[in-house]
Design a protein. Structure first.
Lengths: 114, 110
């Protein structure tokens, strides 16, 4: 299994809603990542988990809350988002952070905040 | 973050070669990558090159690295309509951080 899966594929939410994005991989990777991507722009790193511990938080607002319940799962909890948070949210994983290993990306969740 | 620049658009005829260019600023880059993103999809790794290599060939893809000029290119031979996508270069730099380029939108004209 060489896939990173993300659910849901699309999400529409209001500014007062609470929702979660989910990411799963079964490749035995120990590093997992959340990226935000606006249309026609490169992905911007949000969070990095290494061995289930948060190792990088790129100054992301607290309305985004990551969680890594185990080595295969990564969640992104959303609360009180703003319309400018609408974007494609990409999850990625790699064997670990310390070697060359490339990042494998999921298909993304397209989020629209009304 | 580091500056990784690409030209925004490239248009080629089917069957021709495409060359997508990328410049970066961090001389401590260890690995450089090319990713392809089709509309509405995630990023697909195409190929990568270690910073002590000058060239890597993988079927229709040729990667050239000029470390002195911090210039990376991706050549796609015999470009097909299915190659139309956005191409991102990325570098793995100090602290094992990934930095993506600005992306090049490739359009293949039948």
């Amino acid at each position: 299994d060489t896939e990173v899966t993300q659910t849901p594929k699309h999400l529409v939410m209001g500014m007062t809603n609470k929702k979660s994005l989910k990411c799963e991989q079964h490749m035995g990777h120990r590093a997992m990542y959340w990226y935000k991507q606006k249309a026609k722009k490169p992905p911007e790193l949000m969070f990095v988990y290494s061995y289930e511990k948060l190792s990088i938080n790129e100054s992301v607002p607290s309305r985004f809350s990551p969680e890594c319940p185990n080595s295969s799962l990564l969640n992104l909890h959303l609360h009180a988002l703003q319309p400018e948070d609408s974007a494609l949210y990409l999850c990625a994983s790699s064997l670990d952070r310390e070697t060359y290993n490339e990042q494998f990306f999921g298909p993304g969740t397209r989020l629209t905040v009304l | 973050g580091e500056d990784v620049e690409q030209s925004l658009f490239l248009s080629v005829r089917e069957g021709d070669s495409s060359v997508i260019n990328c410049t970066y600023t961090d001389s401590s880059s260890t690995y450089l990558y090319w990713y392809k993103q089709e509309p509405g999809a995630g990023l697909q790794l195409l190929t990568y090159i270690f910073s002590n290599m000058d060239m890597k060939q993988d079927q229709r893809l040729t990667v050239l690295l000029n470390k002195k000029d911090k210039h990376l290119s991706l050549r796609i031979a015999d470009t097909q309509t299915g190659d139309s996508a956005i191409y991102f270069c990325a570098e793995k730099a100090w602290g094992n951080q990934f930095y993506f380029g600005t992306g090049t939108s490739l359009t293949v004209i039948p």
